[in-house]
Design a protein around this ligand. Sequence first.
Ligand code: MOS
Length: 751
Amino acid sequence: MNDLNQSTLDHPQVVGQRTPRIDGEFKLTGRAGYTGELSVEGMLYGYPVAATIAHGTLERLDLDEALAMPGVVDIFHHANFPRLHRSPNSMGHGDQVSEVRLPFEDERIYYHGQYVALVVAESFAQARAAAQRVVARYRQETGAISSLLDGAHDSHTEGELLEDAGTTRGDPEAAFDRAAVKVDAVYHIAAESHLQMEMHATLAEWRDGGSRLVVHESSQGVFYQRNAMARIFDLAQENIEVISHYIGSGFGNKLFMWPHAVAAAGAARELGRPLKLVLPRAQDMTGGGNRPASRQRLRLGADRDGRLSAVIHDSTTETSLVDRYVDACGSATPSFYACDNLAVSQRILALNHGTPCPMRAPGEVSGIFALETAMDELAVALQMDPVELRLRNYAHEDPESGLPWSSKQLDKCLHSAAERFGWAQRDPGIGAMRDGDEIIGYGMAACTWFAGRQPCQARVELRADGTLFAACGTQDIGTGTYTIVAQTVAELTGVAVADIEVKLGETSLPTGPLSGGSMATATTLPAVAAAVRDALSALKEVATGHGGVFAGVDADSLTVAEGALSDGERSYRFAEVLEAMRLSSVNGQGSSAPGEEKKQYSFRSFGAHFVEMRVDPGISRVRVSRVVSSMDIGRAINPPTARNQVEGGIVMGIGMGLFEKLDYDPRDARLINANVADYIVPVHADIPEIDVELLDYPDFKFNEFGARGVGEIGLTGIAPAISNALYHATGKRYRDLPVTIEALLADHASA
Ligand code: MOS
């Protein structure tokens, strides 16, 4: 029986239980309708022409041949694309974009892959063929900045120091100078592609004589795109609808709108016809966002017992010449370990790339690589077990804010994962563990990701046909949001998940959060729950009112169970309650927002990864042979999909550690490997048995569901665990990612 208070969720029946994805059948049968698959009457196709230089000016476009090709309707470029406004690009006002420069704004070329024209034709094939016949003449300039890591930018004084992105406590420099044991090391991480399965895609349609814009977009944030488009096209928000029902993942590059969507909507308006634009993979990789390369210097000082006395974390990350993206590498560092003297600084260096953007655990995943590798280096210097070093510096409250943690079980993660991994059998000697030709290395790292919430609204309907309907304008980016919303409604009503319809991903629905920052679950479910309760109150009023099935009964005395209202003696199904009053449905609205709890507690998820590496020195081969992880994420609403997020993060972390790297030509800053053949990601054969444990400590101080979110944390900590295991196997400290076969061969040759 549900009595609809917090204790319900202490002993939930559906929440926290394995629940098959309610959208699974649609996806498996191809009926899910991803943006790139949609078509509408009279639709045109757009195909961008992308700059083949990274630095210079577009001097001329020869369009005659392309315009004469079959099916070509028009070609847009700087001289004929409509003049639009920029979005204010404000996170606070919800109109943030990924790259604030508008398409075709001027003829300056800032990066390889920048759109110089948009070909529009009757079919996709015609648009693509014509785009290949557009001849662009450039004046290429020398001096393109190709990469933070190209050897020309070694100084830690280069780039713009962001004063408000840093933090200092105590006197870290003096404490470091005095420290008995020190680590001072520099770490480099290559730029990476999100390589999400579904490319960026837009279908733009102007209705009502061009006064109303409807956009389908593969988006992690439909409201942000709507608000930005309202600014860019100078329309009222009510006259724009952005829809994103299914998303083939995003990992952050679909949080905020990119220029291709503006190009599509602008061209559709000019031509008075709907237009679809799906970026080809190469353009998606050059101009659709990436994780920027980073260079980090970590200084750790400790006493001989391993207690940290100084942590100094200085980072520089890349941005573009047309926007300012900050990948805040040091943002987890102040809260990670107990240490009185700490400094974090952040610089950005603008170069000739498309604008970088958040990529799964943005900033922190890079920062934790540096911090957790440095901690391993400190453990070696102290001759201390790395798990023990982490426990010795355990932060029992948030050392940055001084607030208590809402719930922190990192110690249990460390112990449990170590136990399951068999860490106690580790021989700490370098290369001491062997199996035939292979050297076995054991490495570990702790990991973390912040827990946040956004404001959210939701609507729920109880219908006379016995079904329930729940709606929220957040998105399901493949993580299982549809299903956990249905679970929430099922939990609070006792109606079967199969009888609950969920609608997400439309700006016509109540305002929902970004599907990002691992915030969607903790944000959305409390609003849905509030809407369910509101709808049940409405139903009880109907039931107890004149002519109702419980006429005259006190509404507060009614209880809810298994889709029915009961007064203890009689029970009526929701549908019967509605039928009796000839109602088709009752509605409930709900909202939720972060509140006072933020002043009382610090909220973070934590975890631990243990990795076994096998190194065959004869052929310079390394592979990850085991991963054992424990995660403290609060409650997992749907354990299989939650575990799946951590497993996916681990796979991505193996890519970060060993394979993934965007290669920019140092001569002219062109991205060389903008395709899935040359950009190397792990395949099944690279992925070992992954053992993920989700600890079950619901965080009720964060929200009534106890969930902190799980989309990102699994990626953090994997790359350092790999690097630390490689050190254990080889005695060589790998501080640059990815640790490629080339790097291993070079070490082998010089050894
Ligand atoms: Mo995530 S980088 O907030 O999609």
